[in-house]
Design a protein around this ligand. Structure first.
Ligand code: PHE
Ligand code: CO
Length: 297
């Protein structure tokens, strides 16, 4: 453990933003947060608390209540860990910034979720390119209290370690898309309509409205290999959201052995972020209004 954790952020250059990586785990320097840091947490928390009751899925809202987040101060990792360990055996570990893939997978495989210790600045309330404490804690941690989702995240980490050892870069790209679409931008069908569970959406004011209400994006039923072939956007709202019927569906689809799937995906062409295929279960075909030009990732 480092004594003085660093704040490892993306570096902006005239050739674009360069992501920076950090590897170790750090103690949360809770006493060092400034009044400004706590105020940023409060502003983000209040905003999402007002938006999410009719928009986030039931499991997310329930788990968030169980964790006892409140607006007053940035939560303490050690207090959250007592709740989380009792619920599903997961724990949070503090990190300084983005982790290299192998390190990230290894944490997940051991039921440790890395949480960035620092929070964004006041001028980044609406958008920050990299994960910060608010995104990681508010977005990802609640569903780790859900037993099905908790097992899914561990299996994802184990699958990542194996893919890295046995299947190479192409397989990792397929797995990254599987993290991106369900994990960060997933929608779920509930009795009263579509609800959000992806961490990237629940932690974003703009996208938590857009993903449900805008006519622009596609909303398509989840299909494992379809998702693993689909490019995504890192610099704008998604062009396509994939919808599951329940976490069991996601768990069942990903429990199968991916060994025969990876070669199949390698020989299949990647699918553009906004494409709709004849084979898709289309819930809503997007109008494409306001879609950005330029390449999908
Ligand atoms: N079942 C996958 C494999 O065999 C691993 C995995 C599990 C991937 C859960 C994603 C989510 O590699
Ligand atoms: Co995230």
């Amino acid at each position: 453990m480092n004594a003085q954790p660093r704040r490892v952020e993306n570096v902006a250059t005239d050739r674009g933003v360069i992501p920076q990586y950090a590897t170790g785990i750090v103690e949360q320097p809770w006493g060092d947060y400034s009044a400004q840091d706590h105020a940023v947490w409060a502003a983000l928390f209040e905003r999402q608390r007002a938006l999410l009751p009719s928009r986030a899925c039931a499991a997310f809202l329930r788990a968030q209540r169980a964790l006892g987040f409140d607006a007053a101060t940035i939560p303490r990792f050690d207090a959250l860990n007592r709740t989380l360990r009792a619920a599903t055996g997961w724990e949070l570990v503090g990190v300084e910034g983005l982790l290299p893939e192998a390190v990230f997978f290894d944490h997940l495989a051991h039921r440790r979720f890395p949480v960035t210790w620092w929070i964004r600045r006041a001028e980044q309330l609406d958008y920050i390119a990299e994960p910060d404490l608010f995104h990681d804690l508010f977005g990802h941690v609640p569903l780790l209290c859900d037993p099905v989702f908790a097992d899914y995240m561990q299996a994802y980490g184990q699958g990542g370690l194996r893919a890295q050892r046995q299947f190479g870069a192409e397989a990792l790209l397929n797995l990254t898309r599987l993290y991106w679409y369900p994990g960060e931008f997933g929608l779920i069908r509930e009795p009263d309509g579509l609800r959000i569970y992806g961490a990237g959406i629940v932690s974003s004011k703009g996208e938590s409205i857009y993903c449900l209400e805008s006519p622009a994006p596609n909303r398509i039923g989840f299909d494992l290999e379809r998702v693993m072939r689909t490019r995504y956007r890192i610099d704008s709202y998604q062009k396509t959201y994939f919808v599951i019927d329940g976490f069991e569906q996601l768990f069942a689809a990903t429990q199968q052995d991916f060994a025969p799937i990876y070669p199949r995906l390698t020989s299949a062409a990647a699918i553009g972020a906004g494409a709709v295929l004849d084979s898709d279960a289309v819930l809503q075909r997007g109008t494409r209004a306001g879609w950005p030009e330029g390449a999908d990732t």
